[in-house]
Design a protein around this ligand. Structure first.
Ligand code: SF4
Ligand code: FES
Length: 294
């Protein structure tokens, strides 16, 4: 601990206001160094966004790349940059163009709507810093998710995710709450269920999955994660049989190719491969039970 005598007395408010103790001989450039703004990455004050555009999903002939430049600022996210383009939609060549369409509702990693490909990887645009994806002032490449139907520019139709959730009955049937079944949940189940409940339906896991897309009916990791989560719920678990039957049916768990890309890209760090493995074990138990007891 420091001796009391070693501690310098704090400057009084009056002294601070008058600045009496400032050394007037200090070179001006030293002072300006302290107040000068931090240099931007790569020395550039602008960031270039290279955006994949298309006027409508049904008009593939309108597909094109367009570049925009926006002033760079510390802490700027991809959504901030897109909003700057929205306010003044002029491309890099100086031509007035239609504003770039994109989704971003919450700006705090909750709605999942802003998921897009940033430099080829599925990410939440509201949580992606420009400095992180353009550390040397290189262009940031933005594309819509490719595994969903395109609506326009960076907007896609994610309703297939909701269809998958409907397929596995990803809800707790309220009527079952009146059941006489016990409704207590163990602490382990509570912890696991909480971890799995963090999904924001962003679709990143599906975009990264080679088994998901227009070429297949695989429901994907997010829906299988819900099967696992609700199976642990004291009331939701009562519909587990139907949920597992759906997960074992066409487009279900047998479609998983175990690429494990889903868990790499999930912004909520949900242990998706563990959820899928748990559903696989439950499905096997159900098959064996049906086989033995008919
Ligand atoms: S599981 Fe993760 S990556 Fe997949 S939709 Fe949910 S939050 Fe997004
Ligand atoms: S704007 Fe909602 S998650 Fe990004």
């Amino acid at each position: 601990m420091a001796d009391e005598d070693d501690i310098e007395p704090e400057e009084s408010e009056e002294e601070a206001a008058t600045g009496d103790d400032v050394d007037a001989s200090e070179p001006a450039r030293e002072k300006s160094k302290e107040t000068a703004p931090a240099p931007m990455p790569g020395g550039s004050e602008l960031v270039t966004l290279k955006i994949r555009r298309q006027d409508e999903g049904a008009r593939p002939e309108s597909k094109r790349w367009e570049e925009f430049e926006v002033p760079r600022s510390p802490g700027m996210t991809v959504v901030t940059a897109l909003n700057a383009i929205r306010r003044a939609p002029k491309n890099k060549a100086g031509t007035d163009v239609a504003p770039v369409a994109f989704e971003a509702t919450c700006l705090e990693e909750v709605c999942g709507g802003c998921t897009m490909l940033v430099n080829g990887k599925p990410r939440l645009a509201c949580a992606t810093l420009i400095d992180e994806v353009s550390p040397k002032a290189q262009a940031v490449v933005l594309q819509p998710l490719s595994s969903f139907l395109l609506v326009r520019d960076l907007v896609v139709d994610r309703s297939r995710m909701q269809e998958s959730l409907r397929k596995v009955e990803a809800w707790v049937a309220i009527d079952a709450a009146s059941s006489d079944e016990p409704t207590r949940q163990s602490q382990t189940d509570q912890r696991v269920a909480y971890e799995r409940s963090q999904c924001i339906d962003c679709g990143a896991c599906l975009e990264a999955c080679p088994q998901f897309g227009p070429h297949s009916d695989f429901i994907g990791a997010a829906a299988l994660n819900e099967v696992e989560r609700l199976g642990r719920h004291p009331v939701g678990g009562l519909s587990n049989g139907r949920r597992l039957d759906a997960a074992m049916g066409p487009g279900g768990i047998s479609g998983c190719g175990k690429a494990q890309n889903c868990v790499e890209v999930c912004p909520r760090k949900i242990p998706l491969t563990e959820s899928i493995a748990a559903v696989g074990r439950s499905a096997t138990r159900r098959l064996l039970k049906d086989w033995i007891f008919g």
